[in-house]
Design a protein around this ligand. Structure first.
Ligand code: PMP
Ligand code: GLN
Length: 382
């Protein structure tokens, strides 16, 4: 929870976005889009306000949204869910993750997850008094070593926390890895917490929700968010789907965190989840194009670029440019190059930083002209 010096620190996203604003830099650090999502979704929230949906929502979320979440899960992934007992609306995926981890973990429990990981994981596991057991994903492909995955499970493993498609690496897990995770979770009686906020952003291959693996659904908490699919990161509407027993335990914590979440935004997201299939495939193909543009630009600027199969991010190695310390480089970049990015070391436990020191995460969820300008700025960096 604290920095290397023992002090409370702002998150890396707050720090780098602050530097971007101060230096007028293009922000390829924090992952948020620079264009609005579908008009239908924005207008549905405005209509909800006009129609008087402005008071507290029900504890589990507004019924039309819970139904839309269940229908969407059936339509895209062939999984059924009871909207009244198995679906919970949250303040973004952030609260879904926080409430789930706080509800299920006891001090001394262990959480297996891939490293690097979204920074929230380590903070909330620490808040719960539990221990993270990270399994490294190494550049350039960031594929898990399945033997190390197997060895990370112990009799104290309570949760395996799987982010797929993966932030920050852009990697997507193979069917084989997903099957092994499901098998290990069953053997160790662990809950699978699936952070699938990028579920619609698989580029060359479609995402496989881990709950579709045989035997996994009943022990899985599937988490997603409206943020990435509908370009509404500021709405903070997310959700989770799990068995009634798990949902009940998680609501018991959630009610003391935010109680309930933005009613009109929930109406907006309900409309979004009902948009036609072409909308969802269009989001993925547009982002795949953006990934191509940024990856090519970074290569041109001299970085060595890892493949990104899904999500918002691509990882680049700054070694060919003569930089071995990406954390220092990222603190200088907004002023020197007019571009902000995030060092991968921010997503790694301090003692495991070594293989990630020279790696930088860039977000490509931006307009093409913005990505092109950022790449040009990096290429001409002195
Ligand atoms: N998990 C991952 C992997 C993320 O990248 C993010 C945010 N980008 C979140 C969770 C949090 O999502 P939300 O903004 O919906 O809280
Ligand atoms: N999830 C986004 C990212 O990884 C934003 C995170 C945040 O601001 N906390 O960049």
């Amino acid at each position: 929870l604290l920095g290397d010096d023992g002090e409370v620190r702002p998150t890396i996203f707050a720090e780098m976005s602050g530097l971007a604003v101060r230096h007028g830099a293009i922000n390829l650090g924090q992952g948020f889009p620079d264009e609005d999502g579908p008009t239908e979704v924005l207008e549905a929230a405005q209509r909800a306000i006009r129609d008087g949906h402005n008071q507290y929502a029900p504890a589990m979320g507004v019924p039309v949204l819970r139904e839309a979440i269940a229908d969407h899960r059936e339509r895209f992934w062939g999984l059924s869910a009871d909207p009244d007992r198995e679906v919970l609306v949250t303040a973004g995926a952030t609260e879904a993750l926080t409430a789930t981890l706080l509800a299920l973990l006891e001090p001394g429990d262990e959480v297996v997850t891939f490293e690097p990981f979204y920074d929230l994981y380590a903070a909330v596991v620490a808040l719960a008094g539990a221990t993270l057991r990270p399994v490294p994903l190494l550049a350039p492909e960031f594929e898990p070593d399945l033997d190390r995955l197997r060895d990370s499970f112990t009799d104290r493993t309570r949760i395996v926390l799987v982010n797929n498609p993966h932030n920050p690496t852009g990697a997507m897990l193979s069917k084989e890895a997903l099957q092994l995770i499901a098998e290990l979770a069953e053997r160790h009686d662990a809950v699978i917490v699936a952070d699938e906020v990028y579920e619609h952003l698989g580029f060359e291959s479609k995402h496989t929700p881990i709950a579709t693996i045989a035997g996994a659904a009943e022990r899985t908490v599937s988490i997603s968010s409206a943020a990435k699919t509908f370009n509404v990161t500021g709405w903070k509407i997310g959700w989770l789907v799990a068995s009634p027993a798990l949902v009940e335990a998680i609501v018991a914590v959630k009610q003391w965190l935010t109680y309930v979440n933005g009613t009109p935004f929930q109406h907006g997201v309900a409309v979004g989840l009902g948009l036609p299939d072409e909308f969802f495939s269009g989001v993925a193909s547009s982002l795949a194009h953006k990934r191509n543009v940024l990856s090519a630009g970074l290569r041109e600027a001299g970085f060595s670029v890892s493949p990104s199969a899904g999500g918002y991010f691509v990882v680049a190695d700054a070694t060919p440019l003569g930089y071995s310390d990406a954390a220092t480089l990222c603190r200088e970049l907004p002023e020197r190059a007019g571009v902000a990015a995030i060092p991968l070391s921010a997503f790694v436990t301090p003692e495991n930083r070594a293989p990630y020191e020279s790696l930088v995460r860039f977000a490509f969820c931006k307009r093409i002209d913005v990505l092109e300008s950022a790449a040009a700025r990096l290429a001409s960096m002195g």
